[in-house]
Structure formats: C-alpha cells, structure tokens
Ligand binder design. Structure first.
Ligand code: HEC
Ligand code: HEC
Ligand code: HEC
Ligand code: HEC
Length: 157
C-alpha cells in the first residue's frame, strides 16, 4: 500500500502542467490573429491589406504609350531590356496625372555607376567602367544618351 501514499503530489504536478497548458492555449487564442493559417503560415488578411495599398509603379507599357519617342529610341539600343522605372523610380502618380505630377529627372552621377561601376563580383561580360578614369570627371550623359548609350545603334548624342 506504501506506493499509493505518494500519488497525491503526482496529481498536483499533473495539475500544474494542465494549468500551464490551459494558460498557453488561452494566450495563443488571444494573440494569434483570426486569419492566421487561412492560406498558409501567415496572416490571410495581409493579402487584402497589401493589395489595397496604392500602386507605386506604373509599369513600362504605360510609359511607352505616352512617351513613344523615348520607347522607340530605347528599343533600338543596349538598354532595351531595362524598364523605364528601373532608372526613373516608381512613377505611378505621374502616369495617373502627368499634368500635375512632373517627375524629377534621374541624377546621372548616381544612376549609371549603380549598374556600371567596375566590380570584380560582376559577370566578366557585363559592361563596367572605372567611372573616374573613363569619364574624365564629365557627366556620363555628355557622351552617352541614357536611353540608348551604345554607339553602334545610333544612340550617340
Ligand atoms: C498619360 C500619359 C503619360 C504617362 C502614362 C507617362 N507620362 Fe511621363 N509625361 C507625360 C507628360 C504629358 C509629360 C510632360 C510633358 C513634357 O514636359 O515633356 C511627361 C513628362 C515626363 C518626364 C519629365 C520630362 C522632363 O523633361 O522633365 C519624365 C522623365 C517622364 N514623363 C517619364 C515617364 C515614365 C518613366 C513613365 C512611366 C512610369 C511615364 N512618364 C508615364 C505623360 C505621361
Ligand atoms: C538606363 C536608365 C534609363 C531608362 C531605362 C530610362 N530612362 Fe528616361 N532618362 C534617364 C536619364 C538619366 C534621363 C535624364 C537625362 C538628362 O538629364 O539629360 C532621362 C530622361 C527622360 C525623359 C526626359 C526627356 C528626354 O528624353 O531626355 C523622359 C521623358 C524619359 N526619360 C522617359 C523614359 C521612358 C518613357 C522610359 C522607358 C521607355 C525611360 N525613360 C527609360 C534614364 C533612363
Ligand atoms: C539598371 C541597371 C543599369 C543602369 C542604371 C544603367 N545601365 Fe547601362 N546597361 C545595363 C545593361 C543591362 C546593359 C546591357 C548589357 C549587355 O548587353 O550585356 C547596359 C549597357 C550599357 C552600355 C553599352 C555597353 C556596350 O557593351 O557597348 C553603355 C555604354 C551603358 N550601358 C551606359 C550607361 C549609362 C551612361 C547609364 C546612365 C545614364 C547607364 N548605362 C545606366 C544596365 C544599366
Ligand atoms: C568623354 C565621353 C564619355 C563620357 C563622359 C563617358 N563615356 Fe562611357 N564610353 C565612351 C566611349 C567613346 C565608349 C566606347 C569606347 C570604349 O569602350 O571606351 C564608352 C563606353 C562605355 C561603356 C562600355 C564599356 C565596355 O566595356 O563595353 C560603359 C559601360 C560606359 N561607357 C559607361 C559610362 C559611364 C557610367 C559614364 C559616367 C560615369 C561614362 N560612360 C562616361 C565615352 C564616354
């Protein structure tokens, strides 16, 4: 009979665990958002929230419709695969209302070297220059037309 005498503190211990489990479940149900897990391990409602935010980028088709001259020049040159807003930044507001929202032109001194400054980590075939030596301190667009900067495709200024 001796072994049954000690069972009381085992029951108390189980009770403590049970209480802990209940507290955990209550805490969990209070803190986890309702839509969590609806589609996956994230808040389902986040999708609606994100898609209702205003668009920042207009997409290059929009730019090309209103700026066909630039689009045509770019399409012939080495920058044909680069979308307008990669250089001009997000311009949805301008595309919606070009009369009121006039874009600031990109700062050439910052823009071109972002992609073309010499760097050993870049693929060897990618055109890159030591900006200071190459440009002699002149702005890149003194010699290169940004929308068609190569010299073979008639892009020369
Ligand atoms: C609905 C027509 C429309 C759309 C869409 C549009 N633009 Fe424009 N954009 C204009 C008009 C009109 C002007 C002002 C005319 C001007 O001064 O050349 C302008 C001016 C600009 C300028 C300034 C020109 C300057 O000389 O200062 C830039 C840069 C420009 N747009 C880039 C873009 C880009 C990039 C896009 C795509 C995200 C775009 N635009 C979409 C109509 C449009
Ligand atoms: C490689 C970067 C780059 C791309 C891609 C690019 N632009 Fe530009 N764009 C520039 C720069 C830099 C200037 C400013 C040139 C200056 O200051 O003289 C400019 C100027 C302009 C201007 C002012 C007038 C002019 O012709 O110089 C317009 C309009 C324009 N861009 C529209 C567009 C549109 C539309 C597209 C896409 C079809 C586009 N750009 C793609 C870099 C770019
Ligand atoms: C977003 C990145 C990006 C920016 C910004 C950019 N370029 Fe380019 N550039 C490219 C890519 C990509 C190519 C094509 C590379 C290829 O064909 O392998 C290219 C090609 C060129 C070439 C042709 C090189 C050759 O092989 O003949 C020149 C010149 C050039 N860019 C100058 C400029 C100038 C000047 C500016 C600033 C007005 C500029 N780029 C801004 C990505 C960029
Ligand atoms: C004084 C005129 C001049 C200026 C300023 C200038 N370039 Fe060039 N760039 C050239 C000429 C000419 C070529 C073609 C011959 C060559 O490869 O050197 C060229 C070629 C390039 C190439 C292709 C190199 C390759 O390996 O295929 C890139 C990229 C380039 N320039 C980017 C720039 C950038 C970025 C700037 C601004 C920091 C700039 N250039 C300023 C005249 C100029």
């Amino acid at each position: 009979m001796g072994e049954f005498k000690d069972i009381a503190h085992l029951i108390r211990l189980a009770g403590v665990f049970l209480l802990g489990l209940i507290l955990f479940l209550v805490f969990r149900s209070v803190t986890i958002p309702k839509s969590f897990g609806r589609y996956g391990p994230f808040r389902g409602a986040a999708l609606v929230e994100l898609s209702s935010r205003p668009l920042a980028f207009a997409g290059h088709e929009a730019c090309e419709n209103c700026h066909p001259d630039v689009a045509a020049l770019k399409a012939k040159g080495v920058h044909k695969s680069i979308n307008c807003e990669s250089c001009h930044g997000p311009l949805a507001k301008h595309a919606d209302d070009p009369g009121t929202v006039k874009p600031v032109l990109p700062d050439v001194a910052q823009l071109c070297i972002r992609c073309h400054s010499e760097n050993i980590a870049k693929p060897a075939g990618f055109p890159q220059v030591n900006a200071k030596e190459h440009s002699g301190g002149q702005a890149c667009n003194t010699c290169h037309q940004p929308h068609s900067p190569g010299f073979d495709a008639g892009g020369k200024k």
